[in-house]
Design a protein around this ligand. Structure first.
Ligand SMILES: NC(=O)c1ccc[n+]([C@@H]2O[C@H](COP(=O)([O-])OP(=O)(O)OC[C@H]3O[C@@H](n4cnc5c(N)ncnc54)[C@H](O)[C@@H]3O)[C@@H](O)[C@H]2O)c1
Length: 264
């Protein structure tokens, strides 16, 4: 397959969970996919399944500017010089009372979840600007709507990604690039199974989304006309209701509901 005429997408955190589902959704549809992660073993099964003609994989730590520079240059060269979509998906969580989480872990969360997105946008801009209809899709979270207890720094990073997305989408109008995000509630991935499920809110609301649900939303955002893209896409009915509630209710109500769901 000639990658030059094929639409292409770069996805971070693509070895597992949502990122992996997004990579599979696009490669199955014939896109040329760049799947990057720090989990190289996880990426290997993806590249073995799809082969070098349909994808590139490699180590890319989103906190590392050099990794971004090398992998983007390599991908764009293989893809024929353009970059249609960047999905900033890599993310980590730390679920516990704020003071029980070591400060270094809080900092790492900010480095990956926020600075990783800033790095990606900064480093990909030269490639996105030369691609008509290019877009960036950031993984935000319903925790950006109202800060979640036990997930304070994680929520803060996602609220920051939300604001960053809004601002950059306006700024990059002059480059012809859209910047949007998806906001899911809990998704059935290792992040929730191994960590976030410690929150009482997970029991209260359940885990109703699959990685494939998020991949489908991202698929639609990648394919719809740029002028028709919403800046924020809450995924699934439950998240849409939560999104609406947070928008319409005064902060006192949002605080009350959030605290009750978390068992406070
Ligand atoms: N699972 C959920 O409930 C949920 C809900 C809303 C938003 N999100 C967001 O979706 C994204 C994906 O989450 P997931 O649930 O699939 O998590 P996951 O833990 O299943 O997968 C995350 C992937 O990111 C990779 N990663 C971690 N640090 C990295 C780094 N520095 N550089 C590159 N890759 C790195 C991991 O190796 C892993 O493959 C995250 O940004 C997360 O915050 C998840």
């Amino acid at each position: 397959m000639g990658a030059t005429d094929t639409r292409n997408i770069v996805i971070t955190g693509a070895a597992a969970g949502i990122g992996r589902a997004v990579a599979e959704r696009f490669v199955q549809a014939g896109w040329f996919v760049g799947a990057y992660d720090v989990d190289e073993a996880g990426l290997q099964s993806f590249s073995q399944q799809w082969g070098q003609q349909r994808c590139r994989t490699g180590r890319l730590d989103v906190t590392d500017q050099q990794d971004w520079a090398q992998q983007l240059a390599d991908f764009v060269q293989a893809a024929g010089g353009h970059l249609d979509v960047l999905v900033n998906n890599a993310g980590v969580s730390a679920t516990d009372h704020f003071e029980k989480i070591p400060l270094a872990r809080h900092h790492r969360l900010i480095d990956i979840n926020l600075k990783g997105v800033v790095n990606g946008c900064h480093m990909a801009l030269p490639y996105l600007t030369r691609t008509p209809g290019a877009r960036v899709i950031n993984l935000c979270s319903a925790s950006a709507l109202y800060g979640q207890p036990m997930l304070s720094t994680y929520s803060a990073t996602k609220a920051a990604v939300r604001s960053f997305t809004e601002a950059l989408d306006i700024e990059w109008q002059r480059h012809g690039i859209r910047v949007v995000d998806v906001l899911p509630l809990f998704v059935n991935t290792a992040m929730v199974a191994n960590d976030v499920s410690k929150m009482k809110t997970v029991q209260t609301l359940g885990v109703r989304l699959t990685p494939a649900d998020i991949a489908e939303s991202i698929w639609r955002l990648a394919n719809r006309a740029a002028s028709r893209l919403p800046v924020h896409t809450p995924v699934g009915l439950q998240t849409k209701l939560f999104y609406l509630l947070c928008k319409l209710s005064p902060d006192a109500v949002n605080r009350f509901v959030t605290a009750r769901m978390a068992g406070h």
